[in-house]
Design a binder for this molecule. Structure first.
Ligand code: 3H9
Length: 693
């Protein structure tokens, strides 16, 4: 059956794009849409056509899975030109979402209507490309230069209401029945005697984007698509429509060929692949109607907020009334911020706080909960005590989860009579904002408990990644390793500021010493104390970090850490830090270029990541990528550490590690999986393919 249906009644032709799940514009859809438009043009009984999408949305855009493959006719810009050039009026009726090429189809139509709640956007830059089917030329003609530039370079969608105000659509539909609304509006337009009005013939917009360009360039940290997209939009002011389209095409092709496009599209599919695991395929999750949260600090309150926002009632237990009150206040503040951001209305916030949230001091209040998440102090002793108490009160079949960020979940499960019901749910702070959730599957965790954790993640709008039990799971284990590589460079003579700068220039949101200041130097100190007993004689302790800790420089919370925050919230470099670091070094004779800093940092990251995959702690390399993109500020356009490593070359990483091992063959030991893949000339991606496609 054709993916575009053609139906005619009452002089109205309805062209329905039907290509589940998101009506993407694959080659078959493009061809069928072009045919349907020709048929309408030739159909003497049809006076107006409506294009709409079957299912829950209009059109989700070009078919991303075709990117990187040889282009196949017809091109989307040609199909849209056929729509625009049709002498009879064609109307887009948009519901759900119209993204990328989907919105570009609508821009090529002569009239546009959207149903309430619809999102309209051109998210191409988030995939490393730009709107390549006329979006950069038609949108400015409809909404003006500045608004178009903002929409295209941010990739952010707008609501139907905002689109009406901006002039992007002409009419806001009503009701739930898209087809009925479409037919009714088309009939009105016919009565009004409307004619085809090609967007491309609207006068070119005027204005200047050079200030915006300079600002974007300064902030881009190496990402190319947004600035290039801006250049395409700017072309609409100086070139004819036809020449502007040609310029858009040229820039689109340029971006299509970049590794950044490949990295961003890898990220897109990797995020959707993390939940596809053979071990939970077809397994029904347990029902979750009520959550229990134990501990109402930043983490517990954030988890509770996340659940409330997703419509799940929460019972939160704290050790006394005062602590329970503080937890409630934190949750109220989180929800107030959600109201301010427009994510929640004030009435609903009141209901969530008054009805859906129960705070208590007695564990018995947790008895009705279907899934209990412990978020207390990070200590094995404390967590085991909590789990013994949960075991006594939780109903049979309830899932018992720990939010530990590195402790042994098997040892926590062992104090209960039901280790099969125990799992790790490692949220990232702030838990109601951060999307990443490491799901730590312990030795005895039942498959339906794992499936329940993935179902919960979906409900909370999180991106779940399966991890196995080890110190730090996927993310914190790898972090600890590359952070050690950075510390070694500081011990050998590099300035922490130089390292932070080089890492930011690579594209990370923050350098490792800025991260330390944010987390608190006391956290790192406590971790070193905890691990001291297992230390190897050849491990090199970061004496400078201890010196800063002992000097009371705990980071942002004490206004001084590696940086000085006393009169600058962003932090200033501080000569006192450099003095303390210098004193704490034994021998600091080396200099490091930015290039070597990045090589060492990334080699350590990829090497430990290869061990994490080789040990089965991460199911696939793509799981590591997603953890780093969403939990550790890894530049999305580089696709994640494993994707980046494939691009850089596994043989080169191995050569780097061997080079560094000449000075320190204790720290720099190549991971067996890395050696194996590099020797075979294989990639990490080859392991993703085996499991997911
Ligand atoms: C573009 O249009 C370029 C043009 O300017 C130029 C052309 C010349 N293609 O996200 P979900 C799959 S660039 C192929 O879970 P939701 C997705 O992988 C494109 N596949 O659903 C998943 O597969 P699976 C601009 C796609 O309801 C399934 O559909 N457009 C595409 O949470 C369900 O996806 C975009 O950037 C696609 N375009 O969200 C929009 N989209 O089930 C990208 C989705 O096997 N898409 N899939 O895992 C989205 O943002 C969301 O998917 C959407 C639905 C909001 C549409």
């Amino acid at each position: 059956m054709s993916p575009v249906r053609y139906a005619l009644s009452d002089r109205i032709a309805v062209l329905t794009v039907d290509n589940p799940p998101v009506n993407a514009l694959s080659q078959a859809v493009r061809a069928a849409l072009a045919d349907a438009v020709s048929r309408f043009a030739a159909d003497e009984d049809a006076e107006i056509a409506v294009i709409l999408g079957a299912g829950r949305l209009f059109i989700g855009g070009a078919d991303i899975s075709e990117f990187g493959k040889p282009p196949a006719d017809p091109w989307l810009p040609e199909v849209i030109a056929a729509i625009e050039d049709c002498p009879k009026p064609i109307v887009a009726v948009i519901h759900g979402t119209a993204l990328g090429g989907g919105l570009e189809v609508a821009l090529g139509c002569h009239w546009r209507m959207a149903m309430p709640g619809t999102k309209l956007g051109l998210p191409e830059v988030t995939l490393g490309i730009l709107p390549g089917a006329g979006g950069t030329q038609r949108l400015p003609r409809l909404v003006g230069l500045q608004a178009a530039a903002e929409m295209i370079t941010s990739g952010r969608p707008m609501t139907a209401e905002a689109a009406l105000d901006a002039g992007l659509i002409d009419h806001l539909g009503q009701g739930d029945d898209v087809l009925a609304a479409a037919r009714s509006w088309a009939a009105d337009l016919l009565t009004q005697g409307v004619v085809a009005r090609p967007t491309g013939r609207i006068a070119a917009p005027s204005g200047d984007l050079s200030d915006m360009r300079a600002e974007m360039q300064a902030k881009s940290r190496g990402e190319v698509a947004p600035v290039t997209a801006l250049d395409a939009v700017a072309a609409s002011t100086s070139l004819s429509f036809a020449d502007g389209m040609a310029e858009e095409r040229r820039l689109f092709r340029e971006l299509m060929d970049t590794p950044q496009r490949a990295g961003l599209i890898h990220a897109f599919f990797a995020e959707r692949a993390t939940a596809k695991l053979p071990e939970i395929a077809g397994i029904a999750p347990r029902e979750i109607d009520r959550l229990g949260v134990i501990g109402g600090g930043t983490m517990g309150a954030g988890i509770a907020t996340s659940a409330l926002l997703a419509g799940l009632p929460v019972v939160l237990v704290e050790r006394d009334e005062a602590a329970a009150g503080r937890a409630r206040d934190t949750i109220a503040a989180n929800l107030a911020a959600a109201v301010k951001r427009g994510k929640l209305d004030a009435d609903r916030r009141d209901t969530l706080l008054d009805v859906s949230l129960v705070t208590a001091t007695d564990y018995d209040a947790l008895a009705p909960a279907d899934l209990l998440i412990e978020a207390v102090f990070e200590s094995m002793e404390v967590k085991q005590e909590v789990f013994a108490r949960l075991d006594a009160v939780a109903r049979p079949g309830a899932v018992l989860a720990t939010n530990t960020s590195y402790l042994d979940v098997d040892a926590i499960a062992a104090v209960t009579s039901r280790p099969q019901d125990v799992i790790g749910l490692h949220f990232f702070s702030p838990a109601h904002i951060m999307k990443l959730l490491e799901i730590v599957v312990a030795r005895d965790t039942a498959p339906d408990v794992t499936a329940t954790a993935f179902a919960l993640a979906r409900r909370l709008g999180k991106i779940p990644v399966r991890a196995g039990v080890c110190d730090g799971f996927i993310g914190n284990r790898i972090l600890s390793h590359y952070r050690t590589a950075a510390d070694h460079m500081v011990l050998d003579g590099a300035s922490p500021y130089a390292i932070d700068r080089a890492i930011r220039d690579f594209g990370f949101a923050m350098g490792p010493y800025q991260v330390s200041d944010l987390a608190g130097l006391d956290i790192g100190f406590a971790t070193r104390q905890r691990k001291a007993a297992d230390a190897h004689p050849r491990d090199r302790a970061p004496t400078f970090a201890d010196a800063l800790y002992h000097a009371g420089r705990l980071g942002r919370k004490t206004k001084r850490g590696y940086y000085d925050y006393s009169d600058d919230p962003k932090g200033r470099e501080d000569p006192e830090t450099l003095r303390l670091v210098q004193e704490a070094r034994a021998d600091a004779s080396r200099e490091f270029t930015d290039e070597e800093i990045v090589r060492r940092y990334m080699a350590a990251m990829v090497n430990e990541a290869a061990r994490v995959v080789g040990d089965g702690i991460a199911s696939r390399p793509l799981d590591v990528d997603v953890v780093f993109l969403h939990g550790y500020g890894f530049p999305r356009w580089r696709g994640g550490p494993m994707h980046w490593a494939d691009t850089y070359g596994l043989d080169r990483i191995l050569a780097d590690i061997r080079e560094f091992a000449r000075d320190d063959d204790h720290f720099w030991q190549p991971a067996p999986l890395l050696t194996e893949l590099a020797d075979k000339g294989a990639t990490f991606e080859s392991l993703n393919r085996k499991d997911t496609k």
